[in-house]
Write a protein that binds this ligand. Structure first.
Ligand SMILES: Nc1ncnc2c1ncn2[C@@H]1O[C@H](COP(=O)(O)OP(=O)(O)O)[C@@H](O)[C@H]1O
Ligand SMILES: CCCC(=O)OP(=O)(O)O
Length: 368
């Protein structure tokens, strides 16, 4: 019997771009990256205010590409800053929408993934899902200790791509993901370095407002005492400081752009400051990978470098030079997020996996 074909629209809002794809079962018939200028993105007060802008761009792009949305079977979005949950495919429900709208665990473009998926799907009377959201939490107890008893470390990272790329690499080297110790470094608008031990991400930097290397648009770890002094200097409102850390931090703060391609052009044109800052970003990433290798007692099967920045040959070479004594370095430029979203939705549509229901209710703040 012929397998039923599902046409799935997938939506991946990132901090510097919105990526969309249309899949007939596993086969991609469209993949498109819409890049957003840092000034445009920073002109919105809150993430939720970008809803119309991003949704319209998606619908316009689908129209231009000749995709008739009435033929879709499901819509799947990248999951955002919900409550910490296990990995898997979740149906978008009311509790999830409320948490995405308020940004239960913080503000990030991925909060729009589930919301836009739901809006498009409900107009067509088809289901909407999210897969492996950025709050997937598999941290070991030791990794949760921050050193400051009032604050616990959190797992906020590129869970979808880290897991998808780790699985792909495991296949390439002929092993199961669950058998390997991997360090997966996603380098996009945010940068996260995940310690994957036997199929679980047991430690990772919180790539949003937490810690780790600075990135195209985020500050990463900053000296805590100096930050507190700045917060109480009377010069800034809370939201201004937050924006300086996320959105206007990292490359944007130093060089005025979140676009690494532009930074590479500045360097090629002899801009010494751009070179210094770009080198510092590579240095901080290498340092984070070094500390991740200590979490695995040095027993690392491979280090994977992925995300948009992994297209930068000199950048990747500089990181690799510093860390290739630990283990083989595998470069996987870009990401597998669109494919991973489509496959997650498909597993549920084809009945291979049970859809998960998002727990929780915003009103009483309890998990049900
Ligand atoms: N060919 C390339 N060389 C170097 N950097 C690149 C290249 N293509 C994209 N990038 C950079 O990768 C970053 C975006 O990565 P991406 O994974 O797409 O981010 P996000 O999904 O967070 O928006 C940007 O700084 C972009 O300029
Ligand atoms: C919130 C962690 C995921 C992240 O940083 O994604 P982007 O790089 O797409 O902003």
């Amino acid at each position: 019997m012929q397998e039923k074909e599902y046409r799935i629209l997938v939506i991946n809002p990132g901090s510097t771009s919105t990526k969309i794809g249309v899949f007939d079962n596993e086969k991609d018939i469209l993949e498109k990256t819409i890049r957003h200028d840092a000034d445009k993105i920073n002109s919105f007060e809150n993430i939720i205010d970008q809803y119309e802008f991003r949704k319209e761009m998606i619908l316009e792009t689908l129209d231009e590409e000749g995709i008739n949305i009435s033929k879709l079977s499901a819509v799947c979005g990248r999951g955002g800053l919900l409550r910490p949950i296990e990995g898997g495919t979740y149906a978008v429900n009311e509790a999830m929408l409320e948490d995405l709208r308020i940004g239960f665990s913080g503000q990030h473009a991925s909060n729009l993934g589930g919301i836009i998926a739901f809006e498009i799907a409900s107009g067509l009377n088809i289901p909407s899902f999210i897969v492996d959201p950025v709050v997937v939490d598999e941290l070991e107890p030791l990794a949760r200790i921050s050193g400051f008893s009032l604050i616990e470390r959190k797992s906020i990272f590129h869970a979808l791509n880290q897991k998808a790329v780790a699985r792909r690499v495991a296949k390439q080297i002929g092993k199961r993901y669950e058998e390997l110790n991997l360090i997966v470094t996603h380098m996009g608008g945010g940068i996260t370095v995940g310690v994957h031990k036997n199929g679980k991400v047991i430690d990772v930097n919180n790539g949003l407002t937490g810690d780790g290397p600075f990135s195209p648009e985020r500050a990463g770890t900053v000296p805590a005492g100096d930050l507190i002094d700045l917060c109480f200097s009377g010069e800034y409102y809370r939201d201004e400081i937050m924006k300086k850390l996320v959105g206007q931090g990292g490359l944007v703060g130093y060089l005025g752009t979140n676009d690494a391609v532009q930074v590479e052009k500045m360097i090629a044109d002899g801009d010494q400051k751009a070179k210094h800052i770009y080198d510092a970003m590579a240095y901080q990433i290498a340092k984070e990978i070094g500390s991740a290798s200590a979490v695995l007692d040095g027993k690392v099967d491979a280090i994977i470098l992925t995300g948009g920045l992994a297209y930068g040959k000199d950048f990747v070479a500089e990181i690799s030079r510093k860390i290739n004594w630990i283990a083989d370095v595998i470069i996987h430029p870009g990401e597998n997020e669109l494919q991973a979203l489509a496959e997650g939705a498909l597993r549920v549509l084809q009945g291979e996996e049970e859809v998960k229901m998002y727990p929780g209710s915003v009103k009483d703040k309890t998990i049900v």
